[in-house]
Design a protein around this ligand. Sequence first.
Ligand SMILES: *Cc1c(COP(=O)(O)O)cnc(C)c1O
Length: 454
Amino acid sequence: MKTKTIKYYSTNLKAPEVSFGEALLGGLAPDGGLYLPSSIPVLTTSELQSFSGKEYHEIAFEILNKFLGNEIEADVLSEICSEVYNFEVPIEKVYDRKYILRLDQGPTASFKDFAARMMSRLMQYYLSRNNQHLTILTATSGDTGSAVASAFHGLKNIKALILYPANEVTAMQRQQMTTLGDNISVIAIDGKFDDCQRLVKKAFQDSALSHIPLSSANSINIGRLLPQSIYYFYAYSKLASINEQVILSVPSGNFGNLMGGLIAWKIGLPVNKFIIATNENNEVPEFLKNGIYKLIDPSINCISSAMNVGHPSNLARVVALYGGVMDESGIIIKIPDLDKMRSDLYAVSVTDEETRETIKEIYRKFKLVLEPHGAVAWKGIMDYSEFNYSPGKPLYISLETAHPAKFEGELEAILGFSTPLPQSLIGLDQKQENYYSIENRYELIKDYILMHYK
Ligand SMILES: *Cc1c(COP(=O)(O)O)cnc(C)c1O
């Protein structure tokens, strides 16, 4: 059955609507806004119920096909889904009907694998269809770079160039990026993450490079957003009784994960409440409380490092879903429906001390090991269930976004032991590393790009 093709609009409302393929390859809208679907397909109750017997990649196909059915052949999309989602997605019971969804079994042991892998294959699909080539240029403070490197590795029409701050990533993060080779190139910049980001931004704006097709792979891309709604359906379908409403806790930094959840809800996932759990970067919990948005610059360094974000790039999308407009600098042009936001979303900011306490407590009581990001989310559930009465025994799902073994040192200090590495990360330190070290000077990056990607 053919339905209407979905168009994508910019949250700044000053750019024309585009197709999925254009939004995917374009990244940011020309007016600086973020793309969102102008209509959201809705699942029927029987479709939702059929998910309980389906595997992850099958649910992924069903959801994505609703959005892309008119753009990508069903058999191609289905093949991409089974190729991309070839790893476990464990659900662990903690107590009562409170569960942890482990999104840490992908090749880089981070939930970013779910989105990066799908986005890379979708980009490859559109590029090869038009016989085009593209270079992904991205700056990383560690985790995004490894997920991107792994996701794009070996794709025919895409090369990736990743810049990281030489002294700010762990050895394991570096090895995850530098041991792949082939179409993945990595440069260590003698500077900080912000320097890397500045270099990347400058390259995108440089007219001397405009003949080279460059794109970013950061979390604002629509190709990363849609896949992040799938695991919500997956967990729900394995745990909920018919039509039951679930309470979800999402550890949040750039709010892409939460946006995936909100989209899942719009598609028809029965949700009672989203718990937004941030670390000490509490700009969004404060915004919900006071209605005033004040970004945090520079962001606060917490142990849940992937959530050290003082101005979440996806917030403009959340605001848009509630009828508001926020520009990329965080200025609110139109106020969203704050009352509705407050009734749908429960926001909590968790300190590092509370995060450490939570890791200790969940291990002591249930012998479960969480890393800092997952612990922030679990603390959100503890907080919410303490202060909010819900009748019966509601279903709670907390998202664990990274593998505890990636936080060896921190967990060693908190628990006195660390967990074994997952299969995908074993033996990295034995592999050959390839990367360049470059001074923090734009001219050098520019020359590198001109030489390697013309
Ligand atoms: C990126 C990341 C987050 C934050 O996700 P957002 O979509 O940016 O809110 C949380 N945990 C881990 C481990 C991450 O890598």
